[in-house]
Design a protein around this ligand. Structure first.
Ligand code: AMP
Ligand code: MG
Length: 418
């Protein structure tokens, strides 16, 4: 019996470690090192620019706001007139946004003014309408005002010539509005990244068609399609390829010929029909094919000619997790963007979590606030890598580092909100 004990304890300490598996951070670094961003540029109409990447810095051609204008609804006055407040001023006209008052104010006069209207000549301050008593032709103003108050100065938001957006910035709705506010109706962006996509598996059937015994629906191509659409790439959907070496080889070569990136799902584990990795070694190069993460251990990364290849696992949850944790930032880099740090924070685990050391785990979690406003996370339940409903129920990943073991209820864990 004595010899069994040391053997058992090595098994226990070895946990889920696999010396062939690449740690997650190292995999990210290796991928980054082999990526070169797109350089081809094209002009694009602002309306079509959502999710595209700016190919140069944008300098403001103008001051924003372009002129001094009112920040409030009220009365434009000469501050000198308020020296002996309370005082009465004569109302001599109105200024609206888009309709300036085109006279000049003399001492003792004021102009009714609306937010965004040009400040009339001679005025240097605006008094809020709530702070005056007014009738048709006179207003009464009390004390306590400041010269220059309630005026938005020309160039206060953005000065002419200032760098407003930098090369590599992804265009989101805020950037579309900002570019429009500066008068741009066209911007220069990098061309769209071309991403080819196929599933592998003889068991897969297209949604919309009946299943025969032994078949399942191909869900990976749809979750991938959605994640790629969100990124704004050009998608080349090659359908489902049979588990047959010749068909796979043709598909790999065809994709590499047309696309900057190829993403496949299935066929990268050690099952008998798993040819993808073998073929990649034959027609391209394999950088790694196992990664120390869960779900998602069989994940191949390599190149076929100039085309980057990501061979994702077949299990539907693993596909989404590996895409979000590994592939997405790689695509952003290729698109010319600088990936932003992933938003993550600590939350208390609402229940114990089972975890074996050896792999970084991305469990699916539901994050909520307890009665004291503290963030608490619960897992979605079963964490099998085929349970796609867990991704749909979840609103965050619970990220458990490689060396982490079981987590007790109440302990802090890192969460990444979706
Ligand atoms: P594989 O890596 O090809 O052995 O696939 C692992 C598991 O994922 C198997 O149970 C497959 O049936 C399943 N799977 C593979 N591809 C897909 C897909 N496109 N949609 C849904 N399930 C899949
Ligand atoms: Mg398969």
């Amino acid at each position: 019996m004595e010899f069994i004990r040391p053997f058992l304890s090595t098994l226990e300490t070895r946990g889920d470690y696999d010396s062939d598996s690449m740690p997650v951070e190292q995999a990210r670094r290796l991928i980054q090192q082999s990526l070169t961003a797109l350089t081809e540029q094209e002009p694009i109409n602002l309306r079509n620019a959502l999710q595209r990447t700016l190919a140069s810095d944008v300098l403001s051609p103008m001051n924003v706001p372009p002129h001094n204008c009112s920040a409030m609804d009220g009365y434009a006055v000469r501050f000198g007139d308020l020296a002996h407040a309370p005082c009465k001023l004569k109302l001599i006209g109105s200024a609206y946004a888009g309709h300036a008052f085109d006279g000049c104010l003399s001492a003792g006069e004021c102009v009714r003014i609306m937010t965004g209207a040009l400040i009339p000549d001679g005025c240097d301050s605006v008094v809020m309408q709530e702070h005056v008593k007014a009738d048709e032709s006179w207003i009464e103003i009390g004390e306590g005002h400041r010269q220059g108050q309630n005026i938005r100065k020309a160039g206060e938001d953005i000065a002419q010539g200032a760098t407003v957006l930098t090369c590599g910035q992804a265009i989101r709705p805020a950037e579309m509005g900002l570019l429009a506010s500066l008068g741009f109706n066209e911007v220069i962006v990098y061309r769209k990244l071309k991403v080819a996509l196929f599933s592998t598996g003889d068991e897969l059937q297209q949604p919309g068609l009946p299943l025969v015994a032994g078949q399942i629906y191909d869900s990976n191509r749809y979750s991938l399609f959605g994640m790629l659409e969100e990124l704004g790439v050009e998608i080349i959907d090659m359908g489902n390829i049979r588990d047959d070496k010749a068909s796979l080889k043709t598909a790999l070569l065809e994709a590499a010929d047309q696309a900057d990136v190829l993403i496949t799902s299935g066929g990268v584990s050690v099952g008998e029909a798993d040819y993808v990795k073998q073929l990649l070694a034959e027609i391209g190069e394999v950088v790694f094919w196992k990664i120390a993460m869960k779900p998602g251990k069989p994940l191949a990364y390599g190149k076929i000619g100039a085309c980057h290849f990501f061979g994702l696992p077949g299990n539907p949850v693993a596909v989404m997790v590996t895409f979000q944790q590994i592939v997405r930032d790689a695509l952003r880099l290729l698109m010319g963007q600088q990936p932003k740090p992933t938003l993550a924070f600590q939350a208390a685990s609402g229940s114990p979590i089972r975890k074996i050391p050896g792999r970084t785990e991305f469990q699916r979690g539901i994050l909520s606030q307890d009665e004291n406003g503290r963030w608490v996370v619960h897992t979605t339940g079963g964490q099998g890598s085929g349970i796609l409903s867990s991704m749909s129920k979840a609103n965050c990943f619970i990220v458990l580092p490689e060396s982490q073991g079981n987590v007790e209820a109440g302990h802090a864990v890192q969460v990444q909100p979706f």
